[in-house]
Ligand binder design. Structure first.
Ligand code: G6P
Length: 370
């Protein structure tokens, strides 16, 4: 068993460390040699059909749902088509408006989640084209979908998903760019620029992993608390939701992810002396606004860890107790980096509390009942 863990104490830690390879492998062969375009030969959907799509539904469960929230921003940003992201167990019951011009994207690591599979079938019954993003070739979702993009994260054993989530983001970036090229919504230089930044991600994740000890220290202090908050705006909020879920799953510490600007409409009442707040502030366009929200919690005594961009240390230091800097990338790509310190945070918090990191109580790797 130790050998299977490649020298790591747990599968989760091994899988967190496999992310540079997972990113690399998921991109491999899908970027043209000159680095200027995405090639997805596996897609059957014609350019004409893709150009006719006017609505997207992303449907998934758990961590894959959180990848879908980032996927919504990616597609809306690059292709300018409206996207809704739904939890699969809710989707079918809200009478979603599905037409033959709807693209339904189901996201599932295992490809066997019952609710996600049921959503896929419902979408097809209504005439939608279904694209699956999954990690398992030959899974039920992969077999039944009209199109499949396989993430090449390799087998994920730990119940808490890490490399599958981040590889799903890579799949969304690739598909979003491919679609933008097809529809002509982004010019070649923009696509090439994003692709170059994507290819730098594996090395940037390595840089984050090399600083795991910093996060370990924060995790140990967090593990003494019963409750905490993750805050952020825009894509930072989407990543905050995943960070909060990860922490709940394996450390059993209650946490809530909140859009930073919405705090003052109620939840700020819960901020008191010493409560840990993990504040993500990586979206350049939202920097000033988020910083002012951080100051609001700081003024009420919160113990703030800032997940920040390199170069912002000095300014953010005035409003946070500790900072963790991620390497610079394009705002759209930051989730692929900022999620890594949050994965490490939950791992080390769970470890500090003596929990079974790889097999948390009450949870299963794949849920095949509705
Ligand atoms: C279970 C797992 C989660 C996972 C979810 C969806 O609840 O514990 O980690 O995110 O299922 O799984 P899927 O295989 O569809 O991505």
């Amino acid at each position: 068993m130790t050998a299977e863990k490649g020298g790591f104490d747990h599968f989760m830690l091994k899988e967190i460390h496999e992310q540079p390879k997972a990113y690399h492998d998921t991109m491999l062969g899908r970027i043209s040699e000159d680095g200027r375009s995405v090639v997805l030969p596996e897609l059957k959907i014609s350019a004409e059909k893709l150009r006719g799509i006017n609505r997207v539904h992303i449907v998934a469960c758990g961590t894959a749902y959180h990848a879908g929230l980032v996927g919504k921003s990616i597609i809306e940003n690059l292709v300018r088509i409206p996207v809704e992201t739904d939890v699969a167990s809710e989707y079918r019951y809200r009478s979603p408006i599905i037409t033959p011009d709807t693209l339904v994207i189901v996201v599932s690591q295992s490809g066997e989640t019952a609710d996600t599979l049921a959503a896929l079938r419902e979408a097809q019954r209504n005439g939608a084209h279904v694209l699956a993003i999954t990690n398992v070739v030959g899974s039920s979702v992969a077999r039944e979908a009209d199109d499949v993009i396989i993430t090449l994260a390799g087998p994920e054993i730990a119940v808490a998903s890490t490399k599958a989530y981040s590889s799903q983001l890579i799949a969304f970036y690739l598909f979003g760019l491919y679609w933008a090229q097809t529809n002509g919504t982004q010019d070649e230089a923009t696509v090439a620029n994003i692709l170059a930044a994507m290819q730098a991600l594996p090395e940037q994740v390595e840089k984050i992993l090399a600083q795991a000890e910093v996060i370990k220290g924060v995790a140990e202090s967090i593990s003494k608390h019963d409750s905490l908050f993750f805050i952020g705006r825009g894509l930072d909020y989407a990543v905050a939701m995943e960070g909060s879920l990860k922490l709940k799953e394996i450390s059993y510490i209650h946490s809530e992810a909140y859009p930073a600007g919405e705090l003052k409409h109620g939840t700020l009442a819960l901020i008191e002396e010493g409560i840990p707040v993990i504040a993500l502030i990586t979206q350049e366009g939202l920097y000033e606004k988020t910083l002012s929200n951080i100051k609001e919690v700081k003024a009420r005594g919160a113990d703030v860890l800032g997940i920040i961009n390199e170069g912002h240390e000095a300014e953010v230091a005035k409003s946070t107790d500790r900072q963790f800097a991620i390497p610079r990338t394009l705002p759209l790509l930051t989730p692929a980096l900022s999620v890594v310190p949050l994965q490490l945070l939950s791992y080390y918090a769970s470890l500090a509390l003596g929990h079974d990191v790889d097999k948390p109580r009450n949870l299963a790797k794949s849920v095949t009942v509705e």
